[in-house]
Design a protein around this ligand. Structure first.
Ligand SMILES: Nc1ncnc2c1ncn2[C@@H]1O[C@H](COP(=O)(O)OP(=O)(O)OP(=O)(O)O)[C@@H](O)[C@H]1O
Ligand SMILES: C[C@@](O)(CCOP(=O)(O)OP(=O)(O)O)CC(=O)O
Length: 387
């Protein structure tokens, strides 16, 4: 019997991946760049066990048994087993059935990058189980494109590559997590329910029907990637924020240019983006950047020095009656400060209460990791937690 448990982070792109040139190999039509978020508040955890005593293979996600037939899961498993079979001593273990148990400590399939954390975690655990030593980003990519960036910590670029077999479509670290230690992230959760159409469906539809997506991939992203790498390297927040917001907006413009359109942002998302622009304008320089993935939730990048003021601004504009202990996740309670001057100077628009469900405060963190114990499966290969 062998057992491995891993944890893996989510990542939030500042240059978005949207569109594939190969659906099976999951090869993108443009490079993308993201920051990996700390696992303190958002992570996937996966235990994989294999044993000659297991009569069958099983997979549980968040306590619910899943099919093992999913194409992407099969692709990840097949690829890792193929690589593992190069080592003759693995032959017996490769015939054993496996049990997979995974849990996300944040909402699944809600546009909060659960598939990125989930597949990065799965392939890290599988590779460790079978002793496969290779670039894990290419393996994670077979589960979900954005997952390749969650293998690594810090600031990560997914290079689209040009080889038809996808061998050069891999993630690489631009800078480690410690490079920009003041960087912070606020995730404003507007809705954590399962979204209407997945990123996979949306981007396939965009590739098939949007004219703008071709312009973006060929003419916009290459230049933006160079500028973004430079902004990160030189810690130029103003430039970083400008590119991040423009890229998020271009991605959503393409989602709308898709036929039928994919509408991911809602009125609350737009109110958040208006508030950030008003704040940056008031400051005379970009102090906060927003970015939205395939859902209404906002992810704000800002430096630690701005957090207290921006949090009080959010509390003014988006009042909440939810208990603070549940509403502010990861936020020290003494961090808030009065925004009276700001409120007056910015002529703030106050929205109706409870448009935000909760706020997660986090920072840039490390990539996927193997844990020493703390397994999610019992010795007989059954989940310790079921629902
Ligand atoms: N911990 C996990 N282990 C394995 N697979 C997972 C895990 N978490 C999520 N997934 C897979 O990812 C799917 C959700 O992916 P989907 O792209 O729809 O949502 P998301 O990743 O939360 O949002 P987005 O990619 O738009 O940010 C789940 O239905 C499941 O198949
Ligand atoms: C909007 C995005 O979050 C899209 C993520 O798409 P996925 O990686 O979930 O898509 P598949 O490769 O089909 O699984 C932007 C990004 O993370 O770069």
């Amino acid at each position: 019997m062998k057992v491995v448990t891993c944890i893996a982070p989510v990542n939030i792109a500042v240059i978005k991946y949207w569109g594939k040139r190969d659906e099976d190999l999951i090869l993108p039509i443009n490079d993308s760049i993201s920051a990996t978020l700390s696992m303190d508040h958002m992570c996937a955890k996966t235990t994989i066990m294999c044993s000659p005593d297991f009569e069958d293979s099983k997979f549980w996600l968040n306590g619910v048994e899943q099919s093992l037939e999913s194409k992407r899961l099969v692709n990840c498993l097949q690829e890792i087993k193929r690589l593992a079979s190069a080592e003759p001593s693995n032959a017996e273990m490769l015939r054993w059935n496996i049990r997979i148990c995974s849990e996300n400590n944040f909402p699944t399939a809600a546009g909060l990058a659960s598939s990125a954390a989930g597949y990065a975690c799965l392939v890290t655990a599988l590779a460790n189980l079978y002793g496969v030593k290779t670039d894990l980003s290419a393996l994670a990519r077979r589960g979900s494109g954005s997952a390749c960036r969650s293998i690594y910590g810090g600031w990560v670029q997914w290079h689209m590559g040009c080889n038809p077999d996808g061998s050069d479509s891999i993630a690489r670290v631009i800078e480690p997590s410690i490079h920009w230690p003041e960087m912070r992230i606020l995730v404003l959760v507007v809705n954590d329910a399962r979204k209407k159409y997945s990123s996979t469906t949306g981007m396939n539809r965009s590739v098939a029907t949007s004219d703008l997506i071709k312009h973006r991939a060929c003419n916009v992203v290459p230049k933006r990637v160079t500028e973004m790498r430079e902004a990160i390297k030189t810690k130029d927040f103003n430039k970083f924020a400008e590119i991040t917001m423009k890229d998020s907006n271009q991605f959503h413009a393409i989602a709308l240019d898709t036929h039928p359109p994919c509408v991911y942002m809602n009125d609350t998302s737009h109110a958040i983006s208006d508030m950030i622009h008003a704040y940056n304008e008031h400051k005379g320089v970009n102090k906060v950047a927003y970015t939205f993935d395939a859902g209404p939730n906002a992810c704000l990048y800002l430096l630690e020095s701005e957090v207290a003021e921006v949090l009080s601004l959010i509390n003014e504009c988006f009042p909440s009656t939810v208990a603070k202990s549940d509403y502010l996740r990861g936020i020290p309670l003494n961090i808030e400060k009065s925004s009276d001057d700001l409120k007056f100077a910015m002529n703030l628009q106050v929205n109706e209460p409870n448009l935000l469900k909760y706020i997660i405060y986090t920072k840039v963190g490390e990539g996927a990791q193997v844990l020493d114990g703390d397994h999610l499966l019992t010795m007989v290969g059954l989940p310790k937690n079921t629902i």
